[in-house]
Structures are given as structure tokens and as C-alpha cells.
Write a protein that binds this ligand. Sequence first.
Ligand code: MRU
Length: 345
Amino acid sequence: MMARPIEWLDGKLRILDQSKLPGEQIFIDLDNYRDVVLAIKEMKVRGAPAIGVAAAYGIALGAAGIKTTNKDEFLAQVNQVMQAFAASRPTAVNLFQAINRMKKAARGDSVAEIKNSLINEAKQIHEEEVTATKKLSQLGAELIKDGFTLLTYCNAGPLATAGYGTALGVIKAAKDQGKKLSVFVTETRPLLQGARLTTWELRQAGIPVTLITDSMAGYFMKRGEIDCVIVGADRIAANGYTANKIGTYTLAVLANAHGIPFYVAAPTTTIDLSLTSGYQIPIEERSPEEVTHIQGVPIAPEGVRAANPAFDITPPSYITAIITEKGIIMAPYTEGLKGMGSKVS
Ligand code: MRU
């Protein structure tokens, strides 16, 4: 049983530093909000639902550290804390859902009362994420048949959700139903979440795993070795267009070309009903150094130009179903997603 990747402990936020896995399992205690913002930017904590949960606790931490007892001054400072989180990573909408929830929870007669209610709200957001990911995993498991070989991408397990996992949650739940499964994991350049984190989590869950490079996916699909692809999501627009780790679109096109089902698993906190087109989803651009280097080691000539969009958009025509805790949705997605998630942007 893995230790909790995010935990509120004695008024501090304890996180498992995902950037050091699988080599080292280091827990860091964060006692001020700036360090939480940094942990999100540096992807010590990552994955859409986990970012939302960490930000909620980070806002509670930031509020707890504010000295003034004047309510208006206090609320103005809490607002600045929230803005710092809003500027940390732009794509995962769970972050903005969490910030909105915390804004609404910043109510009370006194500063002390508001501080308390923010801590309670963060705990509530965390609990709801655990419940939602567990539920969607159980629902999604029905789509997975005994003997399936699945392919998954990036990392969508407990580390990424502070809960049960989304894509990996579905796989784990199917295994718990007694199905024999094996999983191909693509390494997920540039930051190798698949190679470093997903293989680690699947091994802990006792599920046979084969690691391949990103470029090998088509080869194995063509050979008929993949029964379905399942991934998580960072933001799903009202029309079903889905943002997920860069490279997801490529896999979806490949799956479509080979007649392989392509599933997206995400809690409804990942659904952004305010966006009518998926191409309105902001795509994070990260440092080119993540492409020119692997774990600090240069792999390209010094000074070479590199691009690093962290996410891409998969159109709904490539998605067989979206698995949420409120049900499994199939095309037409604009109809099916109605009333799911909320308007955030
Ligand atoms: O940049 P990351 O590692 O935060 O990106 C994570 C992903 O793209 C995951 O697939 C997504 O957040 C789903 S998490 C259950």
C-alpha cells in the first residue's frame, strides 16, 4: 500500500516529491503557500486532480499564515494567494475549480472562522476527489474485458489524483474484479511520467507492465497486441475535446486507425463547461530545457531551439467514451456532458 501522495498533517501539507520518483521516495512538509505554488510549477506534485487538491490546501496554508485580524485586509491577501495559484499551471481545470470552491468558502464572521472554513473546504475537496476517482474507476472497469492488454499514457494513478487514480484507477478496479490484464506504458517524453511513475504504480498494484518508448505504440497496435487505450485528462471542454499530456492526440489517431477503443477517464472536476471549443483550452508551454535534457543530462547540441507544449487536444471523434463518476458518456458529447462539471473559465 502506497503512502498518501498528498496529506494535511498538523497544519502542514505533506507531499511525496514526484520529481524524484522512482529513485527516491522523499516526502516534503510544506508550511507556506509559496512553496506549494513552486511544488506545482516544478511538478513535485502533478496530475490534474492532485494539482487541484494541493492548491486548495496551499490556499488554506496561505490564509493561515496571514497575520492581520482585519477581515477586509485578510480577504484581500487571501485573494493574492489564490492568484499565485491561478498562475502556477494553466491547463488542468481542476486547479481553477478548486480555487473557485475556496473563494466561495472564504466566508465567516471573523478571520479565525474563515481560516478554519478554508481548511475544512480543502479537506472536503480532497475527500470528494478520492470518492469520485474510486467511483469512476468502478464504472470504467466494466469496459475492460478479462485478458485485455491495455495501453496507457503519462500518469493517471493515485499520484496524479491524490485519490484512487483515473486511467490507472479503472485498470486497478478491473483487476480487483478478477480480470487478468497486462498494460503497455509509453515513457511519456519529455518528463517521463509513464516510465517513472506509471510503471512504479502498476508494479505496486501487481499488474504486469511493459514499458515502451512513445514511438513504439503504433508498432504494437498494428500487431494486434493492444485491446484498448485508456488515458486521463487535464480539461474536457463542453463539446468533448480533451486536453491531456502532449502525445495523447497522436495515440488517439493511431488507435482510431487500428480500430482500437480509446477511453478517457476523468472526474467531473476536469470538465469545463464554459469552453464551447476544445481549442480554447490554454496549453502550457514549459521550458525547452525539458526537451534538450533528460533529468539534467543534455541530449542535444547546446543552444539548439526546442519547443515544449505540455498538452495537446484530442477531438471527440477519436474518443470512444469518457468515463466519469457520474457515468460513462459517449458521443454526442455536447449532449452527454450537459450538467457535468461546471463553468470555470
Ligand atoms: O504535466 P502533468 O504530469 O501534470 O500532466 C498530467 C497528465 O496529463 C495526466 O494524464 C492528467 O493530469 C490526468 S491525471 C489523472
